[in-house]
Write a protein of this length. Structure first.
Ligand code: PLP
Length: 384
């Protein structure tokens, strides 16, 4: 998909990119300034493996301010992005044959990291009608004596769906009765819309004790994907294991990036809010447009993805790249939309959701309008 989109772009075709997984905004200027100052002051060497004391202090402060609970430095492991934090957790926790429960639709890295450790992803289905939220019943049905962990993502990539306080509390209370870890990925927690309040697992899940692990980072909230700073907040024993794994692999995340992350967490918040407001406006545009096209799409509470059901297009006859063809899968639909509408999307199947497409609205308002109009033209040519 990316290769085809790049080919079109190289031919001078304007591609509407609804496939991106990062904010289209720049890192705030004050963060870049802080990084420059840190470099000049010598942030060019190794640091403590699991993060500088200064960054950990900033994480503690921001966690209290933004997530509503207290934590301590011995629980924090700063890694090279939230993905790295999740990978280290997988290496620390999962043994061959362990089962890890993952609600579908899921971010693609969760099951892959589980498999890389020889463990087994157990996929628990959710529905659009149920807000793509795992129910306590579905969780109870997925738990076995081999369950090592449950991975939740709120707000979610790819659906943008988020747990409200009651639904998250119900899951955490059920999990507290078990003996498995609960890993909650809150990387999109600051990007929530329409007055939705992020339900923080760290605040609600005290009954899990050290079996609760939070993953967070600066990539999305502060438009800092390239700086590679994320972290986990776990029990001290797990944190010690993570320090061993990280100490024998990457060592510390880049010193300058840690200084930048500290500046982001403690600095002015206007840029975070203006980005959030822009995403909220674009969400409404994207979701409204998709529903108007006859592609049902629930209004997501957060992140920057719309997750549209495209099964009505399955079986349609279309012209794609000059040839008559029938759209048999969501991947066919995504490739057809790219070649005929010049809109890049991501098919649902890799997220465990056949018949859906993920459309990112981390792109300009103008491109959202024009891309949707281009999709409408392509869809009007599809026949049965
Ligand atoms: C759900 C989710 N978790 C974690 C990450 C990783 O973020 P980072 O850039 O901090 O590695 C992403 C990035 O796309 C994501 O979508």
């Amino acid at each position: 998909m990316a290769a085809e989109a790049a080919k079109l772009t190289a031919r001078g075709v304007k591609v509407f990119s609804f496939s991106v997984g990062e904010p289209d905004f720049p890192t705030p200027a004050h963060v870049i300034e802080a990084a420059n100052q840190a470099l000049a002051a010598g942030a060019t060497r190794y640091t403590a493996v699991t993060g500088t004391p200064e960054l950990k202090a900033a994480i503690i402060e921001a966690t209290k301010r933004d997530r509503g609970y207290e934590t301590t430095a011995d629980r924090i492991t700063v890694s090279c992005g939230a993905k790295h934090a999740l990978f280290n957790l997988a290496a620390a926790l999962y043994d061959p044959g362990d089962e890890v429960i993952i609600p579908a639709p899921y971010w693609v890295s969760y099951p892959e990291q589980v498999r890389m450790m020889g463990a087994v992803p157990i996929i628990a289905e959710t529905t659009a009608a149920g807000g793509f939220r795992l129910t306590p019943e579905a969780l109870a049905a997925a738990v076995t004596p081999r369950t090592k962990a449950l991975i939740l993502c709120t707000p979610s990539n790819p659906t943008g769906a988020a747990y409200d306080e009651a639904s998250l509390r119900a899951l955490l209370e059920l999990a507290a009765q078990g003996s498995y870890y609960v890993i909650v990925d809150e990387i999109y927690a600051d990007l929530v819309y329409g007055g939705f309040k992020h339900a923080s697992a760290g605040r609600l899940g005290a009954s899990l004790g050290d079996r609760l692990i939070i993953v967070d980072g600066v990539s999305k909230t502060y438009a800092m994907t390239g700086w590679r700073i994320g972290w986990s907040i776990s029990g001290p024993k797990v944190a010690k294991a993570l320090a061993v794994i990280q100490g024998q692999s990457t060592t510390n995340p880049a010193a300058v990036s840690q200084a930048a992350a500290r500046a982001a967490l403690l600095g002015p918040r206007e840029s975070v809010e203006s980005m959030r407001v822009a995403f909220e406006r674009r969400r409404d545009r994207m979701v409204g447009g998709l529903n108007a096209l006859g592609l049902p799409c629930r209004t997501p509470e957060g992140a920057f993805y719309a997750f549209a059901e495209v099964s009505s297009l399955l079986g349609a006859k279309v012209t794609s790249a000059g040839a008559e063809t029938t759209l048999a899968t969501d991947d066919d639909i995504a490739m057809w939309l790219l070649s005929e509408a010049h809109v890049a999307t991501v098919a649902g199947t890799p997220f465990g959701a056949p018949g859906f497409l993920r459309l990112s609205y981390a792109t300009s308002d103008a491109d959202i309008e024009a891309g949707l109009a281009s999709m409408a033209r392509a869809i009007s040519t599809a026949t049965r």
